[in-house]
Design a protein around this ligand. Sequence first.
Ligand SMILES: [Zn+2]
Length: 358
Amino acid sequence: MKQKRIQKLTTSLLAVLLLMGAIPYNASAADDDLNTAKQQADQLREKKDQVDQQLQSTLADIHKLEAEIQAAMHKSNDLKQQITVTEAKLAEQKERLKGRVKTMYEGGDVSFWSVLLDATNFSDFLDRMSLLTMIVEQDNNIVNEYKATQAQLKQQQVDLTSEQDLRQSKQQDLLKVEADLQSRYHDISQQIAVKDEEIADLEAAGVAAYQSYTDGMQAGTIIPQTGTGTFAWPVPTSHTINSGYGPRSGEFHKGIDIGAPVGTPIVAVGDGTVWQAGTASGFGHWIVILHDNGVMSVYGHMYSNGVYVSAGQRVKQGQVIGATGSDGESSGPHLHFAIANGVSGGRMSYINPMGYLQ
Ligand SMILES: [Zn+2]
């Protein structure tokens, strides 16, 4: 929880430092660029999701169509087989008919003629003749039936082929749509990759700028205004220091404790921007002001109703920003006042505040 809070503080501090131009690079513009890039990346990701959905639905249509085409092909093969069988039967039947007619009229088949010649009288001859004619007619009917079946099968085949043509042209269309969607998906993915790289670069630049700021602070190449005594005293009505900056009962007291009854006005020690105003571990409630000279002033142990400012607000030196309390780890009403010249390893770098105060 505390770690998270400190991380959040560090990030906010960076943002404020960037905004104030305390870091020697165009931080505010970089921040805008970063936000814009992040928005663009989000929009691209949304677009990518939409294209992906369209792609999935197109692919599902294509698969359905492929299954239909496959089924129609099986049906077509079945039909072809049926047509072949019918054609064979038809040819066979035609051959049979031809044989019978030939023997009837040309007299090639002895047994056929012998049927007629064995007639006992003319009436018997006519009976036998009519029987033979019936057999031929029956053969003829069978031929016609086969022909009808064949015509039906061929019609089915024609219908099937035209249906299949339709499916195949639809498949071609869908494949074109798919290819288009794939290429759009690819393009957007590339744009996202470029955007992500841009974001990473901007973030790295921000981190590097902050790092160089804190490094500069530590190395002494960036020197915040120190010990000039230009800061106002934070509790105008009380100069009682209950506990000073420095070692205290086995630990290090990183600020000064100014004793004052609950509700005593606290003022901003200098012009600046409120960076933090709210709850803080150990402090109950705190206020942190980032001053234009790069250092931060910290005010602690107020109750929630003793915090009069909010983050981001500009304050003037001497402006009442809160009232003393005894919230958090406090043994009695007082203001814990501290000065930090940066944040290092996620912690405020506190320094002796006395040199800053008038
Ligand atoms: Zn204290």
